[in-house]
Design a protein around this ligand. Structure first.
Ligand code: ADP
Length: 248
């Protein structure tokens, strides 16, 4: 799903936020990225999420060499392949949960009624079928993060990237969000989670530790992750692959 080969990202001024990082994440894995503040975790997630291009090295996402794609093709790859979840939810204020999720499907070109139908399905999937008409300020932190996760998975992306998804939540809500991420992984979604919470990281099958832009330890790829990957357990996911004209 993800192959980084000798990837570096140097910011103007010479900060090597990533320093020759190589990492392989297979379909169906659930991986924690841990490390102190400033160790390069967010930079790595941005590079993997194709929001940022590396200064050197090769990034492959779902078989696509990112360096060979134009900005439009990258947007298409992102829209069809990657869901993002952030610490502070990034929901639109004064917009219902249903429309927050439905608006995340605008790229699909589906008619609004179908986008809203899929949004309802995604919200039920995260246990919020009874909150579809609530606006973010009428939801708890944990519920807001569930809406954000519903938005991230409504288009059935094979890869979910989460940057401190529990960082703004109390421990009970955080545990609920982690249970949900485990469930999504169980139905085949590959998930990479940045966390500074050692306990959360310890509960995940694989931990990759970073320091000073380098990977300093990796508990390793989970045996069988590939087998558990897309479609083979019939998790009901319907992945829309980017079509040739979009990414090739
Ligand atoms: P983490 O997510 O582990 O806290 P980051 O990836 O955000 O680490 O940052 C890694 C390093 O890169 C830090 O030294 C940070 O100051 C630097 N950095 C991050 N973003 C920028 C930027 N836009 N410009 C310059 N330096 C940056």
């Amino acid at each position: 799903m993800i192959v980084l080969t000798d990837v570096s990202r140097t910011y103007p001024g010479g900060v090597a936020a990533l320093d020759s990082v190589s990492l392989e994440v297979r379909h169906g894995e659930l991986v924690a990225i841990v490390g102190p503040s400033g160790s390069g975790k967010s930079t790595m997630l941005n590079v993997v999420g194709t929001l940022d291009r590396p200064s050197a090295g090769r990034v492959e996402i779902d078989g696509h060499d990112v360096s060979k794609l134009s900005d439009n093709q990258l947007s298409a790859l992102r829209a069809t392949t990657i869901g993002f979840v952030f610490q502070h939810f990034h929901l639109a204020a004064k917009v219902t949960a249903l429309d927050n999720v439905a608006d995340g499907l605008i790229y699909t070109g589906l008619p609004p009624a179908e986008r809203r139908r899929r949004a309802g399905t995604a919200l039920r999937r995260v246990g919020l079928g009874h909150r579809v008409d609530h606006e973010p300020h009428e939801l708890s932190g944990g519920e807001r993060q569930r809406v954000a996760i519903a938005r991230a998975v409504a288009g059935d992306p094979p890869l979910l990237l989460a940057d401190e998804p529990t960082g703004a939540l109390d421990s009970v809500s955080g545990a609920g969000v982690m249970d949900l991420l485990h469930e999504l992984n169980g139905s085949g979604t590959t998930i990479v989670i940045i966390t500074h919470d050692r306990e959360i990281a310890a509960g995940l099958p694989r931990q990759v530790s970073m320091r000073d832009g380098r990977i300093v330890s990796d508990s390793g790829s989970e045996p069988g992750a590939e087998r558990r990957g897309r479609g083979e357990e019939g998790g009901g996911r319907c992945v829309r692959e980017p079509v040739e004209s979009e990414v090739a």
